[in-house]
Each structure stands twice: as C-alpha cells, then as structure tokens.
Design a protein around this ligand. Sequence first.
Ligand code: EPZ
Length: 424
Amino acid sequence: MAVKKGTPKIVIQGGGRLAGELSVQGAKNSILPLLSATVLCQGESVLHNCPNLSDADAACRILNCLGCKCAREGKSISVNSKEVLNTDVPKDLMREMRSSIVFLGAILGRTHQCKLTFPGGCELGPRPIDLHVMALRKMGVNIEEKGGFLNCNAPKGIQGANISLALPSVGATENIILAAVTAKGTTEIHNAAREPEITDLAEFLNKCGAKISGAGTGTVIIEGVEQLGGAEHTVISDRIVAATYLCCAAITRGELVLKNVDYRHISAVLPVLEQMGCRIYTYDDNKIYINAKKQLRAPYKITTSAHPGFPTDAQPMFMALASTLEGTTMFVETIFDNRFRHAEGFSRLGAKITVSDRVAVVEGTDKLTGADLEATDLRGGAALITAALFAQKTSTITGITHIDRGYDDIVGNLKKIGANIKNA
Ligand code: EPZ
C-alpha cells in the first residue's frame, strides 16, 4: 500500500506487554447529544469532562452557526443559547459528522423549523433515518426530503405523541426526546434505546427543567414543559474507550487499572474477557483492574446487540484480540451492515479471518507481523492499533483522522502504559 510521503500516521513497534493505569475520557456518544440539547436551553449550560475530539469540535461549530455561543475551556464546554438565530445546519458541517442528525430534534424543539442535509452515509454502510422521520412526523413536523435536504417545520408547534420504534435506534430515541421536552403534551417512546448515553442526556435535560422518566429502559415518557433553563453537567465516561484499553491490555497479555469508568456500562464486555481467561476486578465504583498474564483462549462466539447486549462499537477491538487467542471465535454483527472492514487490516498482519455477510470466523494465531495499515472508520482504526500492539516488528496506521473523532490522545495514553507507539 503506497503511503503518500508526509501522510500523518501512527507507528507501533508491537510485542511489548502493557502495564499501568489510565483515566477514561468522557463519552463521545454522550457529549454529542448533550451539546445538541443545549440548543433547547434559554440560558447558559456548562458541560464538564468533555474529551478533546474532532467530533466534539464539529458539534461546537454547528452550535456557533446556530447563534449559540459555544466555548471550550480545558475539559469544560460552555454554551449560551439565549438566542438561536439560525435554524439551518450548514451542509459542510452536516457532512463532517453523520451524528449531527441529532441536532434536528433540538432545533425543532426550540424553533419549530429546521433545514439540514441528509446525513452522509459512512463506513458502516447506509445510515438511514427513517425512524427519526417517522417519529417527528407523528409529532406534527412536516418533513420534505428534496435534493438531499430535509426541510422541516411544525406550524402548530411540536405535539406529544405515542411512538413505537421498529428497532431501538440510539439516534432516533435521542431526537424524539429532544423534540418532545418542550412539546405540547406527553410523548411515550416504546422500544426505546437503553444505552447509558440516553440516561445521561435525560439527566442533563431534567436538570434544565425537563420532565423525562424511564430513560435507560425500553419505555421513555416525556411530559412537555414550557421552556428549559441552562444547567451544569458532567459527561459520563466513555464505555467504548474503556473497552478499547481493556483489549489493548489483554492482547499484550499485560495488566491495567482503568479509573473513572462505570463498569455497569460495559457489563456485557467484562464476562467475555473473563471467558477468555482474563482476571477482572471492579472496585471503588469507578475502577476496573484487568490481568491477562496467563494463556488466553477464544470465547467461541460474540454476537453484538443493542444495550445492554454486547456493544457493536467494541466488536472491532475484540476481533483484534480474538485473532491472537488459541481457538476459533465467531462474530455475529446484528447492528450494522458493513462492520467487518477492519478484518482486511488484521489479515495484512497475518490473522486468519473469514467474513460472510454479518458473520466473521476468526482462527486465532500466536504470530502476527507488523504491516502498513489504513483506518477506514473510528472503531476499526482503534482495532488496528490494538492488533498492531501484539504484532511483531513495526506497523504504521494512516487514516488517523478517523481515530481522532472518538479517542482523546490514544497515542499518549498507550505510551503512558508502556506501548512503543508514536505519531509520525
Ligand atoms: C449510535 O449511532 C452511535 N453513535 C454509534 O456509535 C453506535 O454504533 C450506534 O448508536 C449503535 O449503538 C452515536 O451515538 C453518535 P442507531 P446511531 O440509530 O444512532 C439502523 C461509534 O463508533 N437505523 O442505533 O446512528 C441503523 O442503520 C458510533 O461511536 C435505521 O434503520 O445508531 C443501524 O443499522 C458508530 N433507521 C441500527 O439501526 C433509523 O432511522 C442502529 O442504528 C435509524 C437507525
């Protein structure tokens, strides 16, 4: 693979054992809906524990385009939404980040109108928004899809509605909550997503004066209120970043203490690591210790599913780990159509992986050898780093802008626990 001279890359000399302790960053998939939620607040909000991520920067740029004054100070972001002057999200910013669709519900909730482009598909296959559109139409929003744009308006304001989701979509659940908090009447969401990021969003909105109950369960009830004020809130820790570092420790047969992590948010991931032979201790409510110093074996089968099941976002890193375990592991990906692209990178390192549609079969090997790799999506990129930590000799990874979307200084953190890794 010819890499253009000067292309930013990560260089890893694999084979070393990781050991030490790390503090886990705030959650990317929480900070994005939280920043969107500030559009609804007629006042100033401050969010703490905000990771330095390009996706968070993009969300702040959208807020500033809307007329909300957004400013970062270290790990805190303040947003003053006294005035929302604009209801259109610029095309280039919509394209920069697919998850900017989550601004739709908040802008509609505040201004009853919005114009934005269809969110770009991404590396994980088509990213439809039919559930978002179905629900918002039920809430009285006229949505016209024309020339790649969504033109939305609610002349009679947003109405509460009874909504059943065909599947527990995280983004659709978030958009419905954001549109419903200042709607006329009550909204019920059935078959709602139960991810911890939904609970975090509801907790922030309730601090602002919303009336949301049932967040984190399959049925969420939102009683519309007149208006919301601002609030201060600390973003939950990133469960997928935590799972990533646990996989990095496990693949190098090392040991690691993770701080500022809620082990309950990865309750489907920890048993899989134990099944492989890792020793896991959770303590002090916000720490996880992993010891992977002994012979590990394949966990036979990993099937992704909506929370509280095994998270699809952790599947790539676990496939990297499974590539180095004695035995065979079958991965079944039930959430996204095209989420095995990282397998090609692992095969370049010498992994034995067969992919057929949404099933991948991994035959573990005790030998991977460094290669030149390219990240094609966020978690796939993190998984390539994970695999390269095990591979003998040197690996290079380009496409690191994908990784910067969701990891705050992954190179610095891995270096801190003994990895031979650097930006070049
Ligand atoms: C969120 O994406 C996360 N992103 C994703 O994390 C995560 O993988 C996903 O939830 C599932 O947990 C953010 O929170 C910013 P969905 P989202 O709507 O909301 C289909 C990462 O790496 N669907 O729950 O887009 C959809 O195609 C990212 O951090 C419809 O068919 O996920 C997918 O197959 C990747 N119609 C499935 O549902 C819809 O209207 C789950 O999508 C909406 C979704």
